[in-house]
Every structure is written in C-alpha cells, then in structure tokens.
Design a protein around this ligand. Structure first.
Ligand code: BES
Ligand code: ZN
Length: 444
C-alpha cells in the first residue's frame, strides 16, 4: 500500500487547476507525470496536445477477440479558494484519520489512480490483463471538457471500445457499494443587469431610476413558483418520468433520508419540488440554481448607493431527455420576458452537457455490480447521480458504449470545497475492484 499511496501523493502535489490559466503549466506537468507512470507500467502511453489541456491515452497490447474496456478519468482539479478554510495546504497531501486530504483526493485523482494502480498490480502479478484496455484521462473535465469531444470525434478508431468504466461519482454511504446508471446534464449562464451609466446616490435618484440589484432579485425569484416548481415555460416538456421500479429501489437506498440530508449538509430542513423524495429530487428531477449573485456595496456598514449594475450566475441541472441547447433557449426567452422595466438584461450562455442514462441491468451493468459486490463485500445499490460528467453522454453517442459509474466518493469527501478528502478504504477497495472488474467484463 505504501508505494501506492506514494504514487497518489505525487499525483496530488500538482496544482492542476484547469480553470485558471496561471496553472496551465501545472496541468501539463501533471499530464506528463501520468504519461510517465503509465509508460513505466508497460503500457503504450501518449500525451496528446489539444487547444486546451492535454489528453493522456494509454493502451496494453490489444488482442483480437477480447473485450475492449475504456477507463475514463480526469486529472484536473477545482480551484482551492477559500484557502483559509483548509486545515492543511491543498497541494500537500496528508494521511490522517484514515483519509487522504488534498484537492483532487477524490475528484478525481484518487478515484482514477485506484484504476491505474489496480492495472499495475494485475500486470505485476500476471504479466497481462484479461481485456484490451484503453485509459483515457483528460485535464479539462472541471471546465466542461471543451477539447475532449473533438478529440474523441477525431480518434474514434483509437478509442473504439465495448464498455466504459468511470470512478468519478458517489458512494451513498461508507461500506455501501454504489453503481450509477445516470447523470444529470447541465447548462450555465451569466446574467448582467445594467441600469444607469454609473453608481448613483440612492437618495438623489432612488425611486426614479430602476435598481439593477432589485431587477436581479426579481429575475431570480421569477424562476420558481411558490411551491418550488420551475416556472420557465416548457422547462419540463422533455423530462422522462420516474419509473416505479426506480422509486421503489431508491426508497431503500441508505444515506438518503431527510435526516441524512440535514446531517450531511447542515441545512435546517430539506427542501424541493413537492411530491418527490430527496433521492428523486437529486437524481431524476431538473433544477434551476443560483451559483453566484452580486452587485452594489458589499463592505462594512451602509453606503447609500444605487448600483449601476448587478449580476447573477445560474446553472440548470437537467435530466433525460432534456436537451441543454433547448433549455438554454427557453431560459433566455424567460429572462427576456421577465426583464424588469428600466434596465438592460444581458445573458451570456456558458458551457453545457447532456444528461446520461443507461440500463443498469445490461450484461456489462451486471458485471459492474459483481465487481463492486466482490470488492466491497456487499450487494451494490443502483442510483442515478445528481452531478454531471458531460463527456459520458458524448462517449455514448460517439463511441456507442455505455459507462459503468463505479463511484468511490463518500458524502463527506468535500469535493469542490475546502478539506477535500478520500477514504483510504475506498482507495484500496477501488484498486481491488479494478482487477475484478476487468475479469468480469472479459467474461461478458
Ligand atoms: N466528479 C464530478 C461529478 C460528480 C460528483 C458526479 C459526484 C456525481 C457525484 C465532476 O468532476 C464535476 O464536478 N462535474 C461538474 C461538471 C461541470 C463542470 C460541467 C459538475 O457536476 O458540476
Ligand atoms: Zn468535479
């Protein structure tokens, strides 16, 4: 285990923050380290330049007649701020209380490294793998994978596969192996509301000139009705209704009760669309969220100003069969229609990704479940995910292969937040699972 932890720690020391151009060199260095690691294991590994951050692809020697398994992961990470809330520096990994603490520990370096080291172990012990393997690792997942779709389109033959395995999602509770068969999609936008040409004295002009911050608040409020349903025209048109078998199955999934939700989040109550449980709201229903909002005076005390502008950043989580481009249009139409009088509303559309759905009871799905059961000693639960990995649907469309979402992220892993951490037991479990998974997939 020590050498495996050493490898993971080396990987975690790269501040491979994809969104921040100052870190482009670190993302590249991290990709190069990965390529060297994979080459050292005896795989043919290549770092492919893209217009953005590099893609790393590695393969064993493929043999005719065997299953081809693609394992996807991402080596880029989220920014670390607010830095002062970290107990230890984010890029100096430490092992404490059975967990590895560092940015990327779970999302996604720890989870993807479990697969890399699982393959390394099998190669050391048996000299070969039971399948044709393709590792596909990107450095742009956290910014919406702009270079990966064209890369996959251009390299369809190199990436042709029967099935895809991904550990970049959640495990509902400790010791409860979890297989995901769906992901929510996403579409993002930023709205700027402009009023007067500059900040105004709110006594001299307030009441006679519209306030952009008030206008932003009205737009935000217009997105939901009083019950919590999204009020954008046509928003729910293409939502695939929940199936009864899913509702029944999810009602049994541990870690999803109202009490669990309140404990995990610290929120004083659960909240959401009427008629649905938390699991259903998270895994099968779309949302409209404010990710950031601002405008006007934010300093100490009061300042009587009527701000010249205000802004809000929205994201919408989508479910099958909603289309992000269609939803984005409906959102823009809604914002135009609800633009308050006396201001100008500008909408800048951001990145998006399609929702994903597959059959968990397919032959490959069953193999994934067996691997989880054997590695973690318990029958896995089957869930959809609230988060998004847009490339998974793109790979289904371009490569024609479904993804098994073999999540190792626990609810308290703090991904995207300070003090991100990864349980060593899940790192070890993931390494063990990889070997079993490849054997099980070879048998399908
Ligand atoms: N690993 C996460 C996605 C995830 C986490 C799925 C937990 C399910 C459970 C991934 O790195 C991520 O953060 N995705 C972004 C996508 C976006 C930037 C396009 C997300 O979901 O916000
Ligand atoms: Zn992430």
């Amino acid at each position: 285990m020590q050498s495996q932890l050493d490898d993971l720690f080396s990987f975690l020391r790269f501040p491979s923050i994809s969104t921040d151009s100052k870190h482009a060199g670190d993302v590249l260095a991290c990709g190069q380290w990965l390529q060297e690691k994979l080459t050292g294991m005896g795989l043919e590994a290549k770092l492919h330049e893209t217009p953005g951050h590099p893609v790393v692809v590695a393969k064993n020697a493929h043999q005719e007649g065997r299953k081809t398994v693609l394992i996807y992961g991402h080596y880029d990470v989220q920014p670390v701020d607010p830095l002062e809330l970290w107990d230890t520096p984010p890029f100096e990994p430490v092992l404490k209380d059975g967990r590895i603490w560092a940015r990327g520990a779970t999302d996604n370096k720890g989870q993807m490294m479990a697969h890399v080291l699982g393959v390394e172990k099998t190669l050391k012990e048996h000299g070969e793998l039971p399948v044709n393997l393709i590792f596909l690792f990107e450095g742009e997942e956290e910014i919406g994978s702009p270079s990966l779709v064209p890369f996959i389109e251009a390299n369809k033959e190199m990436l042709a596969c029967d099935v895809i395995a991904v550990s970049d999602t959640g495990m509902v509770a400790r010791g409860v192996p979890t297989m995901g068969y769906g992901l929510r999609g996403i579409t993002c936008c930023e709205v700027t509301v402009r009023g007067p040409k500059g900040d105004l004295h709110s006594g001299i002009y307030g009441g006679a000139v519209a306030n952009p911050a008030t206008a932003v608040a009205r737009l935000v409020a217009s997105l939901h009705d009083d019950e919590g349903n999204i009020a954008i025209e046509g928003f729910y048109d293409d939502v695939k209704p929940l199936e009864n078998w899913e509702r029944e199955m999810w009602a049994q999934v541990p870690g999803m009760s109202d009490q669990d939700m309140m404990e995990q989040t610290g929120a004083p109550a659960v909240f959401g669309e009427p008629g649905y449980s938390s699991a259903e709201r998270l895994w099968a229903r779309p949302t409209a969220e404010v990710n950031g909002i601002g405008g006007g005076y934010q300093g100490e005390g009061s300042k009587t100003v009527l701000p010249a502008q205000a802004m809000v950043k929205f994201s919408f989580r989508l479910v099958p069969d909603q289309d992000p481009k269609d939803i984005s249009k409906k959102v823009q139409a809604h914002l135009e229609k609800h633009a308050p009088a006396g201001v100008r509303v500008e909408v800048e559309v951001g990145h998006d990704g399609k929702p994903y759905y597959s059959d968990p009871h397919s032959a490959f799905g069953k193999a994934g479940q067996i691997a989880l059961e054997k590695a973690f000693g318990k029958q896995p639960v089957l869930i959809r995910e609230g988060g998004s990995i847009p490339i998974i649907k793109d790979m289904q469309d371009i490569l024609g292969a479904d993804s098994l979402l073999l999540g190792l992220a626990l609810p308290d892993c703090q991904i995207h937040a300070p003090n991100e951490n990864f349980w060593v037991e899940n790192f070890e479990g993931g390494i063990a699972m990889n070997a079993i998974l490849l054997q099980e997939l070879a048998k399908v």
